[in-house]
Ligand binder design. Structure first.
Ligand code: ATP
Ligand code: FE2
Length: 324
């Protein structure tokens, strides 16, 4: 079975091709804001301008004609409505033109499914940490449940806000991590965990204020230590609650070495393991959509045309998961 997958929830327009459960192509075009965060109108213009070329490149790299595709998967949500619309329109038109099944995939679940495939973990507590999402997710009772999540902004967004204040261009994570490695002094900052939920807005405001009083390396170091400790604590609670013995970290912030190190220490102390999804699948991509879509189709799940509109606020626990 050949499945084409389309991703367009935020800054990335991605197209992946999966043949019988294996990724053969993962093409993408990324919108990069000149300054500040993602501008929805600009991002969707970018997707509109690059959709056809990205598709054509994916098909030629996979060495297939469009008539050979058996099914179309697309990221139906959650995400920025204007961006989602471009992927959905492309997928719906292709499905109708080629007269093949369509399946709407939940973006967060796709990160988990491809991460499980690539790392070999079977039943993890997943920490999905990105620019727009921060969730602690695990399978329970035939569904993926969100055990904990941010009460305000996502960790990636928090990192980018601090980075912007320091003068680091978007996305600020990688450079902030380098500065943090040079930090020596631990500065006490707000730490907010409520049950398995966590909050970043107070921490970000305090960090932005404290910048004038400390070396930026020390601020970055202390900011990371606090922000990541909250994620590790919430993940550990979810493990204690469910008895799960594996952690999967995914999303753009999974690139951070210190976060992985802290999670590994916690997991090790519990006799568990912590693994990171390959970076290409931590970032938004079409391959994970094609892979998850094909898994769904094999279980008889598809999306009728009338149900294939975008779902910007689609929650992880609303998804039926018959393949668990
Ligand atoms: P979502 O997946 O929620 O739609 P997104 O697409 O904006 O969000 P990603 O592209 O997955 O997010 O990740 C981007 C985020 O990851 C940015 O906030 C960026 O600063 C952060 N990031 C990237 N590398 C690192 C790093 N080494 N350390 C910390 N954060 C990082
Ligand atoms: Fe993502």
């Amino acid at each position: 079975m050949i499945t084409l997958g389309i991703e367009s929830t935020a800054h990335t327009f991605g197209v992946g091709v999966v043949v019988d459960g294996e990724v053969v192509v993962n093409q993408k075009s990324m919108y990069r804001p000149e300054k500040g965060g993602i501008h929805p109108g600009e991002a969707s213009e970018h997707h509109y301008a690059n959709a056809v070329n990205t598709l054509k490149n994916a098909l030629s790299s996979a060495n297939i004609e469009k008539e050979e595709i058996d099914s179309i998967a697309f990221s139906q949500g959650p995400g920025i409505p204007q961006c989602l619309q471009i992927g959905a329109t492309t997928a719906r038109s292709l499905s109708q033109t080629l007269d093949i099944p369509l399946v709407g995939v939940n973006h967060c679940l796709a990160h988990i499914e491809i991460g499980k495939k690539e790392t070999g973990v079977k039943d993890p507590v997943t920490l999905y940490v990105a620019g727009g999402n921060s969730q602690v997710i695990g399978a329970a009772g035939g569904r993926y449940r969100v055990f904990g999540e941010t009460l305000d902004i996502a960790i990636g967004n928090a990192i980018d806000k601090v980075a912007r204040k320091i003068g680091i261009p978007h996305p600020g994570g990688p450079e902030l991590e380098k500065l943090a490695e040079k930090g020596e002094k631990f500065i006490e900052l707000p730490y907010v965990v409520k049950g398995m939920d966590f909050s970043y807005s107070g921490l970000v405001t305090k960090v932005q204020r404290e910048l004038k009083n400390h070396k930026k390396e020390d601020i970055c170091y202390s900011f990371q230590e606090h922000a990541f400790a909250m994620l590790v604590e919430a993940t550990e609670r979810a493990m204690a609650h469910t008895g799960k013995k594996e952690v999967l970290i995914t999303g753009g912030v999974a690139a951070n070495q210190r976060l992985n190190q802290m999670m590994e220490t916690m997991a090790h102390e519990r006799g568990a393991i912590s693994v990171k999804s390959p970076l290409k699948y931590c970032m938004d991509n079409g391959a994970m959509i094609a892979y998850t879509g094909q898994k769904m189709l094999k279980k008889g799940v598809n999306t009728q045309f009338k149900d294939s509109g975008i779902r910007p606020g689609w929650r992880t626990e609303q998804v039926d998961v018959p393949w668990l």
